[in-house]
Design a protein around this ligand. Structure first.
Ligand SMILES: *Cc1c(COP(=O)(O)O)cnc(C)c1O
Length: 468
């Protein structure tokens, strides 16, 4: 049905290897890896230059909503590109950025203003600068400058975002550049750092946060965390009530709450705005990834009126927010986001996500039977299957499984490469976090494709379980 794509200008794979440096990639391995060259996207599939089709099991890095080439969104991009591609928000306004800001403020029920940037990392940098300067503007000094964040958090790859979402394994070489942040435990129940019941461990996490807030009273500027779940840190879904308790502590200790909804907001966990579902109003919140349906780079940091008002004053007081990017409020990206958010309404996407999520939950049970599956975590349209060394003794009960991460296979392959290779062979693209297999489908995926995705992922786990 589809024509095969050939290029007269030589082999693209060879040229990729000659010229392109890939993100988070050991490039000496990359030279040996046969990664497809994607030339087209069609619904929930990516199509390579030989006409092979791959189900997009990572939603193209967790941001795709409708699948690829959705007409309404493509049209919005094209129409906007015809009239105004870019001007600037430094001294000028543009229509798409205004329309989008109104939609976002109404959606968040509590935020007052929208500040635009280009990606999740910069949206979080803006959030951090807002939080620090809020106190500076109010107190006339940097007395409140400490930040508390959660272990296993991830907020992006710029210097500030790395400081807050510090992951030793990723960021160790950059440590001298990073500023000091107090990290408290997050409720990773599968890998509790202490032997206690789940409920006691959640309380322990809360208590540790309260301890830090008390210790730093009068000096802490903000608590910063992902909203609803930590994703890059291993898909750690917060237990019910945890985030609400954090937000209460922030109020009690008069500290700002900065929430990162870059990956978890806009439907990924089953709600448009995750903090509303979690009953935990922040002072500042960032959105990114799915804002443009995964088609263009755009992110937004929203602040409450209380935050915004602290930046008002006489010009010479210098209270304004000293931040902005060349493409802040880009009209094409904003028009794309407006079309996207309107489609959420028209297609009642959130209720569709709820029913897809129920199907996903049901089918995820099928993974638990494998000895190498240590834990299965799920919320909304996000799932993680944590692979462990399992049992050498197949008679032992599953609850006595070893929790040692499964890192290499008997054929010598690293687990993350093996997962990707085995999936690609079956027409599925997924990218795990080390030994944690992720399932992050485009939000609007149909039942048929979702079932197919799970079938293929099960085959991958089945194949891998024979190679331990
Ligand atoms: C992806 C991500 C970011 C960073 O977004 P980029 O667009 O990659 O810069 C920030 N926070 C969270 C929670 C993310 O998942």
């Amino acid at each position: 049905m589809h024509e095969h794509y050939t290029y007269k200008n030589g082999n693209l794979k060879t040229k990729d290897k000659a010229y392109v440096w890939h993100p988070y990639t050991q490039m000496s391995d990359w030279f040996r890896i046969d990664a497809p060259v994607i030339v087209r996207g069609e619904d929930f599939y990516l199509i390579d230059d030989r006409g092979n089709r791959y189900l997009d099991g990572v939603a193209s890095m967790w941001c795709n909503v409708w699948g690829h080439s959705r007409k309404e969104i493509v049209d919005a991009i094209v129409e906007q590109a015809k009239v105004l591609q870019h001007s600037t928000l430094f001294g000028l306004c543009n229509e798409p950025s205004i329309v989008l800001a109104e939609l976002l403020v109404k959606m968040t029920k509590g935020m007052g203003k929208v500040f635009y940037s280009d990606d999740g990392s910069t949206a979080m940098e803006v959030a951090i600068k807002m939080a620090i300067q809020y106190w500076y503007n109010k107190l006339g000094s940097n007395k409140r400058r400490e930040i508390i964040a959660l272990e296993n958090g991830y907020h992006g790859d710029t210097i500030g975002a790395m400081s807050i979402g510090y992951i030793e394994h990723f960021f160790k070489p950059y440590k001298p550049l990073l500023f000091k942040v107090r990290h408290v435990p997050s409720p990773y129940l599968y890998r509790k750092s202490r032997e206690m019941s789940d409920a006691d461990y959640v309380q322990y996490c809360i208590d540790m946060l309260e301890h830090e807030l008390k210790r730093g009273e009068g000096r802490v500027a903000a608590v910063v965390m992902e909203s609803g779940a930590q994703i890059a840190g291993g898909v750690i879904v917060y237990p019910d009530g945890y985030q609400r308790e954090v937000s209460r502590l922030c109020k009690r200790y008069d500290t700002l709450l900065v929430l990162d909804e870059v990956a978890t907001g806009l439907g990924r966990l089953g709600s448009m705005v995750e903090y509303i579902a979690q009953d935990s109003m922040p002072d500042i919140v960032a959105f990114g990834k799915m804002l443009t349906a995964g088609y263009l780079p755009l992110a937004a940091t929203l602040a409450s009126d209380e935050i915004f008002n602290a930046f008002l004053g006489k010009y010479d007081e210098g209270k304004h927010l000293f931040h902005g990017h060349t493409f802040t409020g880009n009209p094409i990206a904003c028009a794309c986001a407006v079309a996207n958010l309107r489609l959420y309404e028209q297609e009642r996407l959130i209720s569709k996500v709820k029913s897809s999520s129920a199907l996903l939950a049901e089918r995820l049970e099928e993974f638990r039977g494998y000895p190498i599956v240590g834990d299965v975590r799920h919320k909304g349209m996000l799932a993680a299957i944590e692979l462990v060394k399992g049992n050498s003794n197949s008679n032992s009960k599953s609850n006595s499984k070893s929790k040692d991460p499964l890192l290499t296979l008997s054929d010598g392959r690293r687990i993350n490469y093996a997962i990707m290779e085995e999936a690609l062979k079956r027409g599925l693209f997924i990218r795990p976090l080390g030994h944690i297999m992720l399932i992050v489908p485009p939000l609007a995926i149909g039942r048929e494709e979702l079932n197919m995705l799970i079938d293929k992922a099960l085959e991958v786990v089945g194949t891998i379980s024979k190679l331990v």
